[in-house]
Design a protein around this ligand. Structure first.
Ligand SMILES: [Zn+2]
Length: 219
C-alpha cells in the first residue's frame, strides 16, 4: 500500500475551530490513503526567532518517545497565527534569557489556535528528513531520546485546551510518530519523568491522545 502523505493547511487558527477541524478530518478520511497528515509547521525563520546562542546538538537516529508539555503562558483567546508567533518568541526569550539556555527548549509548540511553531532550531528540517532530531531542553534525562512538544497555555488548574489545539496536537504527534517510527503508545507527559505539574490536564488525557494518534495513523 502506498503511504502517500498529503500536505494540507491546518485551518484551525481561523476562528471557527471546531467546525473547520471536523471538516478537515472528514475530508482527509474521504480522500486519502495517507499514513499520517503532514501538518503545516512555521519554522524559526517564519516566526522570526533569534539565532541560538550555542550549537543545538543533532542526534542521529530517532527519538523513542514524545513528551507533552504546556508552556504555562496565559490562556489567551487570541487564536491567530500572529499570536502563535508572538508566543513562540515569548517562549524563546524565556528559555534563553530567563533560563540561560541555548535556544527554545521545546522541539515544537502548538498554539491555542492550532498553529504549530518550530522551537529548537533545526527541529523542523530534522522532522521532515526523519532519522535524526535536535536535542531540545525540556525533560531532564530524556532530551537525548525524546521529542518535546509543548502547548501554549496553562492547564494545571482546571483549564481545558481549545479544540483547535487538541486536534493539531493529535495531527502533529501522529506525523512525528510516523516520521520517526514511534509507537503511538510511546507518548508521555513531562510529569512521567520529572517532578512537575506539567502538562496539567494533557497528562490525564494521554490515553485519549494515544488512541487518537493511533487512529490518525490508520486513517
Ligand atoms: Zn514540561
Amino acid at each position: 500500500m502506498e503511504h502517500r502523505r498529503i500536505r494540507r493547511r491546518v485551518l484551525f487558527g481561523t476562528g471557527a475551530a471546531g467546525l473547520l477541524g471536523a471538516a478537515g478530518v472528514t475530508a482527509l478520511g474521504a480522500g486519502a490513503s495517507a499514513a499520517a497528515v503532514e501538518p503545516d509547521i512555521d519554522g524559526v525563520a517564519q516566526w522570526g526567532a533569534r539565532p541560538p546562542s550555542g550549537t543545538n546538538p543533532v542526534i542521529n537516529g530517532s527519538p523513542n518517545k514524545l513528551i507533552v508539555h504546556h508552556t504555562v503562558s496565559a490562556n489567551t483567546s487570541d487564536f491567530s497565527r500572529a499570536q502563535a508567533h508572538a508566543h513562540a518568541k515569548w517562549v524563546q526569550n524565556l528559555h534563553m534569557d530567563g533560563n540561560g539556555w541555548r535556544d527554545s527548549g521545546y522541539n515544537f509548540v502548538v498554539s491555542r489556535g492550532g498553529w504549530i511553531t518550530e522551537g529548537t532550531t533545526g527541529s523542523l528540517a530534522a522532522l521532515m528528513n526523519g532519522g535524526r532530531f535536535i536535542m531540545g531542553i525540556h525533560t531532564s534525562n530524556q532530551n537525548g531520546q525524546a521529542l518535546g512538544i509543548s502547548n501554549e497555555g496553562s492547564y494545571h488548574d482546571g483549564a481545558i485546551p481549545p479544540a483547535a489545539q487538541w486536534e493539531t496536537l493529535v495531527t502533529l504527534c501522529a506525523f512525528a510518530c510516523e516520521q520517526y517510527g514511534i509507537p503511538s503508545q510511546e507518548i508521555y507527559g513531562h510529569m512521567d519523568f520529572n517532578s512537575t505539574l506539567c502538562p496539567g490536564i494533557f497528562h490525564e488525557r494521554l490515553p485519549q491522545l494515544r488512541d487518537e494518534v493511533e487512529a490518525a495513523r490508520e486513517r
